[in-house]
Design a protein around this ligand. Structure first.
Ligand code: NAP
Length: 248
C-alpha cells in the first residue's frame, strides 16, 4: 500500500524546485496531484505528463497565490476536477532580498503578499471541504531564516516567521476537527531560488552545514510525504527543519 493512495493533494508553486519535487514524490506514493504555477506554463505541462506517468490524475492550474479571490476559485476548480481535497501544500514563495536600509516598500509588500498572505488565502479556501471530510492536512513551506533571521532578508524572514505562527494557530483551531497543520523549514536546498546566489555565498553555506552539502528537493519532499501521510497522524503544530543540521 502506498502512503498517499487515493488522496488528493494541491501543491502551490510546483512548476519548479521544491514544489515540483513534492508533487513528484506525492504521485509516486499514489496521490492525485493538483498544482499551481505562475509563469512557467511549459514546465507545468511537462510536470503534468511526468505525474500522470505514475498512474495518478494530475493537473496544473495557472493561479497567483498572492490573490485572495484566486484561491477560492482554485479550490472550487480542483473540487470539480478531482472530486475531493485532502492535502494542501502552501509552497509558492519568492525572495526580493536587500538590506533594510535599501529595501523598498514594494520589495516588502510583494514578499509578504506572495509568501504569507498566500498561505492565509488558500488555507481559508481549503478549510471548507476539509471540515466536510472531517480530515485534512496543511503543510506550509517556511525556511530556517523564519526562526533565525537573516541579514538582507528582513522581508522574507518576516514572511516565514509569520507562516510558522499561522501554522501553529491553525493546528490549535482545527485539531479537534482532525485537520493537521505543520510547517517545513528547509535550509539550503539546490533550486533556482538558491541558484541565484553567487558561488562564494553558496560555498559559505555548505561549510556551515554539518552534513556538508546542500539539500535536494527530494530531501524536502520526503518530509512532506511523512507530514501528508498517516505516519504523522499525531504530529500537528510543528515546524520541522530540513537543513542538514545547520545552526540557525
Ligand atoms: P523556486 O525554485 O524559485 O520556485 C518557486 C515556485 O513558486 C515556482 O514554481 C513558481 O512558479 C512559484 N511561484 C512563485 N510566485 C508564485 C505566485 N505568486 N503564485 C503561484 N506560484 C508562484 O523556489 P524553491 O527554492 O523551490 O522554493 C519553494 C519554497 O521553499 C518557497 O516558499 C521558499 O521560500 C522555500 N524555501 C526554499 C529554500 C531553498 O533553499 N531553495 C530554502 C528555504 C525555504 P513559476 O515557475 O510559474 O514562476
Amino acid at each position: 500500500m502506498k502512503l498517499l493512495e487515493n488522496k488528493v493533494a494541491l501543491v502551490t508553486g510546483a512548476s519548479r524546485g521544491i514544489g515540483r519535487g513534492i508533487a513528484l514524490r506525492f504521485a509516486e506514493e499514489g496521490a492525485h496531484v493538483a498544482f499551481t504555477y505562475l509563469s512557467s506554463e511549459q514546465k507545468a505541462r511537462e510536470l503534468e505528463a511526468e505525474l500522470a506517468a505514475y498512474g495518478v490524475k494530475a493537473r496544473g492550474y495557472h493561479s497567483d497565490a498572492a490573490i485572495f479571490a484566486s484561491a477560492e476559485a482554485l479550490v472550487n476548480q480542483v473540487l470539480t476536477d478531482f472530486g475531493d481535497l485532502h492535502i494542501v501544500v502552501n509552497n509558492a514563495g519568492i525572495t526580493k532580498d536587500g538590506l533594510l536600509m535599501r529595501m523598498s516598500e514594494e520589495q516588502w509588500d510583494t514578499v509578504i503578499q506572495t509568501n504569507l498572505k498566500s498561505v492565509f488565502n488558500l488555507t481559508k479556501a481549503a478549510i471548507r471541504p476539509m471540515l466536510k471530510n472531517k480530515q485534512g492536512v496543511f503543510i506550509n513551506m517556511s525556511s530556517v531564516v523564519g526562526g533565525g533571521g537573516n541579514a538582507g532578508q528582513a522581508n522574507y524572514a518576516a514572511s516565514k516567521a509569520g507562516i510558522e505562527g499561522f501554522t501553529k494557530s491553525v493546528a490549535q483551531e482545527l485539531g479537534s476537527r482532525n485537520i493537521r497543520s505543520n510547517a517545513i523549514a528547509p535550509g539550503f536546498i539546490e533550486t533556482e531560488m538558491t541558484g541565484e546566489l553567487n558561488e562564494e555565498v553558496r560555498k559559505q553555506w555548505a561549510e556551515q552545514i554539518p552534513l556538508k552539502r546542500g539539500g535536494t528537493t527530494t530531501d524536502v519532499a520526503n518530509v512532506a510525504v511523512f507530514l501528508a501521510s498517516d505516519l504523522s497522524a499525531y504530529v500537528t503544530g510543528q515546524v520541522i527543519n530540513v537543513c542538514g543540521g545547520m545552526r540557525t
